[in-house]
Each structure stands twice: as structure tokens, then as C-alpha cells.
Design a protein around this ligand. Sequence first.
Ligand SMILES: [Zn+2]
Length: 460
Amino acid sequence: MSAAPVHRYLGADGARDPYTPFVGCCAATVEHYDLDLDYDVEDNGLEARAVLTCRALRDTDRIELDLTELAVTDARVGGGGLGGLLGPRKVGVQHRGSRLVLTLPRPVAAGESFVLTVAYEGYPESLDGPWGEIGWAELDDGVLVAGQPTGSSTWFPCVDHPSHRATYRVSVHADADYEVVVHGELESVAERDGERHWVYTSRVPLPPYLATVQIGPYRRSELTGSRVPQYLVCSKKRQKKAEKTFAEQGRMLEAFTEWFGPYPFPSYTVVVVDESLEDPFECFACSVFGKNQLGTDWEEQRLVAHELAHQWFGNSLVLASWQDIWLNEGFASYAEWVWSEASGDKPARWHAEKAHRTLSRMRQDLLIGDPGQVRLFDDVVYVRGALTVHALREALGEEAFRGMLRGWVAAHRDGWVSTAGFREHLRSWAPPQRWAELDGLLDAWLLRPELPALPAPARR
Ligand SMILES: [Zn+2]
């Protein structure tokens, strides 16, 4: 794993991500979340316990976590000599807005491990903000959780920034009529007294925003076409259309494996909810689509490719700071064109020229290398991000570009990425006399508003 950016972005200097300054913790990080959720689908009531294995980043007796709306009923600390004779000791709790401030019975030293246990309950709700509604959302019949970028505090106490990654064990008790999907691998499911108890684990550390819970009157089936196990979770009435929609996904997985390297996780699950969504979205080893996003036309198939590609770009290679969002969205959007080309449809160059014409007619006022908090998910970040990747393909030539791309993924698998790191990486794929040109290319596409011309096709 590449070096933890926790120290750089949220560390001893107290600096927070300027895009999301209201979340995170400078004093400690969470290395493992063990969540026990007892959920009543009918009234959206949640009773839960979170056991957080933490490590202090500096000497402190105060830990800040993100937790919105839900009421803390008990909080204790143990482990590392912090417990008392009778087990974990109570900690002081102050809960203001979405900040949960816990005061430990004695200070912990930098590097020291300890375990926080937080019991909480309530009726989780989504958060409304600059990025629309995020977090836990009650559906007509079930639940959807879309954590990006700071929605995870709506369902568990966490350090809600991608520079803090942790492993997970999540257990969910819910009515037996419902299927429950959580990020990670399904370890067990048992039924008793009309309830089902689901246990999921993730051994690959992930940022809180990629953690998810999806609950609905769904059923689970297996998709074919790849060596990677793929699951489809949807209601019976959508099964046929969903199967058609994801029929090519196995081939996509194989094509992306060739382009980007091995699929990073043990399996991939797609969930189709019974409601319309503005956009599908990615979670850890999972993606969620609305009923309105099913179909076999290019407009739907490109979304299938896009969300799948996020498993490499965003979920395995995680952003160290939100400013570099183009490294997620630009590459996932470029993967749509890669799939078009790999499936024998139009080449990436065709899509790039079309996208370039579209952007050239729009106002050019966004720096995709620093889009700002409000325009973090602006369409321009996606399209111009993909064009940036294509411009690099033309500049490097086919062989070097593909090597560079695979090398980028391999070097940062399960690690963090940044634009600065990407610049460094690019240099290793070009002779020193071309470094200034490549730097200039990135500056023009990422850090200046005017749309650069698309480079001429490289000689193949
Ligand atoms: Zn995306």
C-alpha cells in the first residue's frame, strides 16, 4: 500500500481537506469498524453498536467522529490499557450537529491503539448539501446508502474522509423478506424468528464513503462471462431487463482486466433499486443503479462500464484528497470509451472528438484539477477528465500509454493517489526531454479553464 496520507492531510498539523473541512479527525484514525445494525425496515428504526479499533495520530484525550442525527446511548473505551477492572470505561460524550466529541479517561500517546464502542439509535436520514442528498435514504420499500463524499456519518460513527481507510465487519438484522447487501464479502446469513442475520466482511481497507447498505425486496442471482464472481440483486419484476442490461458486464470485466490489470476485489455486485436515480453510483465491490438506468443502448451500457471501472479508479486507487476527483471520474469516464473500442464499437478517438466538440460549445470556467467544493461532481470534470486521459494516449503513443495505465493501477493498488503522484508516474513513461511537454499538457487540461485542442492521433 502506498504511504498513508493521513499524516499529510489530517495529521498533526491539524489541516483538513479544504473541500470537506467539516468532517474528519486530526487526532486519531480508525483501522477497523465492527458494526452491528438492527434495522426495522417498516419504520426505518435503527439500533446499532459500532466497535472502532483506533490508532492515535498524536497525543490526545479527545477524539472527534462524524455522526449525524443519530443519538448516542453509550460510549466506552477499552484496549491498550484504557479499560478499567470491569472492562471498557465510559468516555465523555458531546454531540453537536454532526460532530461527536469523545473525551477519554486518560490521554493516549501518538501511535497507541484503543477500542471505542459506541451504542446509538434513531431514524437515519440523508444529508442535503452541495452534492444533493447523500447517505442513508429510506426508499418506499427498503434502503439505499450513497456515501460519496461525506454521507457515511448518517449511519455509523466514522472518520469520514478517504484518507482514512479501514477494514470492516458489518452484521445486519432485518426482516427475512428483505435482501441485504453490504460492501465486502457475504460471510454468513442465518434466519430465525422471521428475521435474517447477515454478516459481511471486507479485509481490504476502504474509505467510509464506499461503505454501503442496500436493503429491498430483492433476490440475488449470479451473472456469467468472467472469472470474477458477479452478482445481480434486484426485485423479481426487474430481473429480465436487468439481466439483459448486465449481460455484457462479464466481457467488460475481462476487457478492463486486460487494460487496467486484475480486478481488485473478490467479487462484484450490482444492485438495481425499484426507484429512479439521477445517476448510478459506485460502492466498494458494488454499484447501484436506478430502475431508469436499465437498457442495452449505449447510454445505459456506458454507465455499466463507468461504474465497473470505478472499482479500479476510486475504490482500489483511492483519492488522498477530494481536489483530485478527476483521477476517479476522468478515468472511469475514459473506461466507457475503452469499452466501446474493446467491444468492436466506435474507437475512443471518435468519442473524444465528439466530447471535445460538446465541451467547446460550453462555457469554459472550470479547473478540473481544482473544481472546488460545489462543482466537485460537475459533468465537465467527467468529460474533460476523460479527454485528458485521451490526450495522454495520443501524446504517449499506444504502447507507452497502455503500459503507463497498467503501471499506475499496479503501483497504487489498495493505496492512495494524487495528481502530484500521477505527474511523477507519467515521467517514468517518457524520456526526460519530454517531461516538460507532459507537465505542460497536464497543466493545460487540469489547471487552466480554456479547452486545449485535442492532440493529433499518435502514430501507431
Ligand atoms: Zn463516476
